[in-house]
Design a protein around this ligand. Structure first.
Ligand code: PEP
Length: 252
């Protein structure tokens, strides 16, 4: 049985004080929930203070990226160990915005992934096709390339620690959600790919989140699909009441 996992990716939103206010309120609203893993991913600047507020709660903190080196002359970068000590237990890797705007490739995602696993953190590895790729009918080729390239060289036991997020780029921040059937088809395909690479047992245990314009009114149908184990949420994770509804999707 895979435990549902709902993560809020705040992107470049919220100052430290805004982030602290948000999680102080959220903690009160979702405190009783133990059957969903709840994660917030603030900007780096807010991680430490957010983690202080959430210590001892049922909400975990994630970083939005991490570099593969432990230390050195890498201006502007931050290491897995740094985010871990600041209070993170998860790290998002290979988000499509980073692939499109900040030069992330399968190769750099793979290096980051290994560094994040080495630090004992849980990576959330993002994969997904652009609109023109879906229209060309090459969604599965793109997803296969992202999965094989990003996860290259991982051992079975390492893969068991990884969370995958399928995020069709055309659905991110656009208001266009993939239908539950469209998402399920790709999630099932990802599980097949994982079975080929790591064996059926690992493939069955890995959690695959959907991401792309998830909202309180569409999450329940998405979560009802067999291979959808959670959500990676941007816009709808920025307000306490909508994130609360997402976490409580079963009640919706
Ligand atoms: C995301 O950034 O991962 C995302 C899915 O954003 P949104 O929910 O806003 O589409």
């Amino acid at each position: 049985m895979r435990k549902p996992i709902i993560a809020g990716n705040w992107k470049l939103n919220k100052t430290v004080s805004e982030a602290v206010k948000f999680v102080s309120e959220l903690k009160e609203k979702v405190g009783g929930i133990s059957d969903v893993d709840i994660i917030v991913c603030p900007p780096f600047t807010a991680v430490s203070k957010v983690a202080d507020v959430l210590r001892g709660s049922n909400i975990r903190v994630g970083a939005q990226d991490a570099y593969w080196e432990e230390e050195g002359a890498f201006t502007g970068e931050i290491s897995p160990l740094m985010v871990k000590e600041a209070g993170c237990s998860y790290v998002i890797l290979g988000h499509s915005e980073r692939r499109a705007m900040f030069g992330d490739t399968n190769n750099t995602v793979n290096k980051k992934l290994k560094a994040v696993l080495n630090a004992g953190l849980t990576p959330i590895v993002c994969v997904g096709e652009k609109l023109e790729e879906r229209e060309k009918g090459i969604t599965k080729d793109i997803v296969k390339d992202h999965i094989q390239g990003s996860l290259h060289g991982l051992k079975k036991e390492e893969m068991s620690e990884v969370v995958i997020a399928y995020e069709p780029v055309w659905a991110i921040g656009t208001g266009k959600t993939a239908t539950p059937e469209q998402a399920q088809e790709v999630h099932a395909y990802i599980r097949e790919l994982l079975a080929d690479l790591f064996g059926g047992g690992v493939a069955e245990s890995v959690r695959i989140q959907y991401g792309g314009s998830i909202k309180p009114d569409n999450i329940k149908n998405l979560m009802s699909q067999k291979d959808i184990d959670g959500g990676l949420v941007g816009g709808a994770s920025l307000k306490v009441d909508s994130f609360e509804k997402l976490v409580k999707y079963r009640e919706g």
